[in-house]
Ligand binder design. Sequence first.
Ligand code: ASP
Length: 587
Amino acid sequence: MRSHYCGDLRAEHIGEDITLSGWVHRRRDHGGVIFLDLRDREGITQVVFDPDREESFNLADSVRNEYVVEVRGTVRARPEGTINSEMGTGEIEVLGKELVILNKAETPPFQLDEHQQVGEDVRLRHRYIDLRRPEIQRKLRFRSKITHNIRNFLEDNGFLDIETPILTRATPEGARDYLVPSRTHEGSFFALPQSPQLFKQLLMVSGFDRYYQIAKCFRDEDLRADRQPEFTQIDIETSFMDEEGIMGLTEGMIRDLFNEVLGVDLGQFPRMPYAEAMQRFGSDKPDLRIPLELIDVADLLQDIEFKVFAGPAKDPKGRVAALKVPGGAELTRKIIDEYTKFVGIYGAKGLAWIKVNDLEKGAEGLQSPIVKFLGDDVAMKVMERLEAKNGDIVFFGADKESVVNEALGALRIKVGEDMNLIEREWAPLWVVDFPMFEETDNGSLTALHHPFTAPSCTPDELIAQPEGKLSRAYDMVLNGTELGGGSVRIHDQEMQKAVFKVLGISDEEAEEKFGFLLNALKFGAPPHGGLAFGLDRLVMLMTGSSSIREVIAFPKTQSAGCLLTDAPGEVSAAQLRELNIKLRKTP
Ligand code: ASP
């Protein structure tokens, strides 16, 4: 049915008799001749039918957009003046001699080149049509190229691709589980894996040494923007390698990928401790393309009357920080009001600011609703600390440390983007030295990464003073997005028990939930560690897409549903009976 792909024809094929199969992208009637733009996955070729061949001409006249047709004809040069240098096939056209309609198509719910005029829900409902768009085809092919490249790298480095179960027990990655009722074990449920974490560790205990898997993971989270309930990880685990080895190897993998697929040299990735990232950028995934930083000023503001600043400045759990934006003095009141609303999303109660108009005039030259509360001296000391210059604006955050970090951290990115301050295209880094635990709202501790991450201290030290202890975890960050994260794992029982103890997980609970892992640690577990990359996000960044939905063939909506298949769906009473499940009526 095909001798060539439509998009592959070039001037070198002129004179050849060829057969193409594909979709009618567009049909044009140019007074006596019919032009069909024929499309397949490789591109579009223009086919011309003239009335000399009556039968095929009449058929060509009858086709409509998205009909599937087979065309036999001869490649010829386009007449002078009609060459289209924007198309790969723009130098040639095909003189159509025979046409077979392989299948008709109803008028599609949207034209491919007018997809923007319909909402995303229409496109997701008819995703098989949306996926015909060359732009999406290009992205999914790119995705395939990326996974191909990564598989090659890992296979070349001795990694084995091993599948792990989808029907399993809960894996503690901090999200809600998707549950699957078991028919054969009445009243019991499988959980879909939030990651292959426990299985990949068991594979290390079994001696496989280097494992990888391009693995589907499932997390029933309240979907914040741009998350998917099922997503794909490039999951990696190694034995007998420390963090240096693992970071070196996987950095090499990502560097090679960018080099080979995009022709981009990412260079060596800098390393930054978590504490520094939070202090300078308010985030554990700092976007280093933006040259703005948070600067602490609490010590200068502790003794002023103004409670809004003095309160958090004196509070050990508070933070008062400033964000200086060069050239920001020209921001209008309206924009500042917008930024105030924006930081409100992160819990900030307001956004104090000072415009630096003329430093020669001292505090007189500062324009701000708050200078009068700071006092002239203090205001000028703050300007000195920030090395402020005329034309700057300084924003302040004063609150609980987490609120200031989140609010100013997000504002830093927003202002950086709005004011076009982005300095370079790619900014990778490793964030290291994470705290082992973080405090929850009710004051208890949870694992910042997951409870199998090795702390950088002994079990006794950990139990004696868990707060402030660091872990052997690392995250790879690119342009403010966490590309991947992992850690060296705990490989001895005693340490694993110590971590569970700090987390308040009783022996019984640990036995019930992860007894199989604890048992495995008794039988010769080697030192091991690994990490997982988010494939969807990696592809999104590399294709310059604005959402991960653009790089997933069949994505779900924000409310975790599939518009195409209408999943999740109701099930029959018989199925429920078989599972011994009775639905409660929602009031
Ligand atoms: N399982 C971890 C995650 O899903 C990654 C890792 O530690 O390898 O985040």
